[in-house]
Design a binder for this molecule. Structure first.
Ligand code: HEC
Ligand code: HEC
Length: 293
């Protein structure tokens, strides 16, 4: 190749490219830039020798310094466990009332309970514990089985109608359509339930339903529909519904009741976690004191 032509003004060689008489100069790279460029190459080589770098089939080159982000995380977790240890120890040696009475311990237990709730409970009770049809809202003071720390703790330990636990909370509303009440009677007593809950109802039918209620329902739901926590029978004299307050839903429940099931958590979660969950649920807003009932 011939020596490239030099530009007559700057003296810089040209690349030989030319467009309409304009020639491209071949200006050399600035020296500082070139040296920085070489330095980054040296750095990259040194780095890939010192630190984990090249992917292999199952792993990567380990690097001479033995650095591992996984080991870092493991160390952080071990530190956190150590820091939690003294709190967890105190939770396991305190009963629920002692935890609730100690502001620091309470704050730790509540935070731990909130974290466990997000893992184990939100699928059914919703992320804000607001529940859904058939899954009770845990924020309000309308309790099926009771809202004291002890009662909530028992519900969590043994579950509700959970066949795997002999101590589970249990009760069964009869299927009244199975020869106990006629469809007309079921309709009447449903009108009475609407009346108990303060909803619009057919007054004549509700009057016919009242004695039917006293005879068939009051044993569980109470004379005035106030409910019974020993049986998990919901209060009917309020606008809060576990299922749905429509006439159709009430008729369906009386005819062929749906019975909620919650697994027992004893055995699946350790006692410490269950205590923290009880503290958390109790703190949601509806928690009751033992003498408040
Ligand atoms: C598989 C669904 C499911 C999961 C998961 C679940 N629950 Fe429940 N829970 C229910 C149902 C259904 C009921 C209502 C049972 C009934 O009708 O009596 C209930 C009832 C309760 C009650 C009683 C409420 C009352 O009014 O007395 C508490 C407290 C409770 N759950 C807390 C929890 C906590 C805490 C967790 C997580 C550890 C959890 N639940 C996980 C389904 C679930
Ligand atoms: C043996 C006790 C028992 C008897 C008797 C009984 N119930 Fe129930 N009832 C329950 C229980 C327990 C539940 C809660 C079901 C659940 O948790 O899933 C319930 C739920 C209900 C609900 C749904 C409440 C809601 O909040 O969604 C209605 C309505 C109802 N019963 C009406 C009646 C009527 C009307 C009668 C009489 C004809 C009756 N029950 C008789 C135990 C009983």
């Amino acid at each position: 190749m011939a020596t490239p032509e030099r530009d007559s003004i700057t003296g810089t060689p040209t690349t030989g490219h030319e467009w309409d008489g304009i020639k491209e100069l071949n200006t050399p790279l600035p020296r500082w830039w070139l040296w920085t460029f070489y330095a980054t190459i040296v750095w990259a080589i040194a780095y890939s020798i010192a630190y984990p770098a090249w992917p292999l089939i199952n792993t990567a080159t380990a690097g001479l310094l033995g650095y591992s982000s996984r080991a870092d995380v493991a160390r952080d977790i071990a530190d956190a466990r150590l820091a939690q240890g003294k709190w967890l120890e105190r939770i396991s040696t305190s009963d629920l009332d002692q935890i609730a009475a100690d502001p620091e311990l309470f704050a730790f237990a509540r935070a731990g309970g909130a974290a466990s709730f997000r893992l184990y409970c939100v699928q059914c009770h919703g992320s804000g514990a607001a529940g859904a049809r058939g899954y009770p809202n845990l924020n309000d003071d309308d309790w099926l089985w009771g809202g004291t720390l002890e009662q909530i703790h028992k519900t969590l330990e043994n579950g509700i109608r959970f066949t795997g636990d002999p101590d589970t909370r249990d009760s069964q509303m009869p299927a009244f359509a199975d020869g106990i009440l006629t469809p007309a009677q079921i309709s009447d007593v449903a009108e009475y339930v609407l009346k108990l809950g303060g909803q619009t109802n057919d007054a004549v039918a509700a009057a016919r339903g009242e004695p039917l209620f006293a005879e068939n329902c009051a044993s569980c739901h109470g004379e005035t529909g106030e409910g019974n926590r020993d049986l998990g029978a919901p209060r009917l004299s309020d606008p809060i519904w576990l299922l749905n307050g429509s006439k159709d839903a009430i008729v369906a429940q009386i005819s062929n009741p749906r019975m909620g099931v919650m697994p027992a958590w004893k055995g699946r979660l350790d006692e410490n976690t269950i205590k923290q969950l009880a503290i958390y649920v109790h703190s949601l807003g509806g928690g009751e004191q033992p003498d408040a009932q």
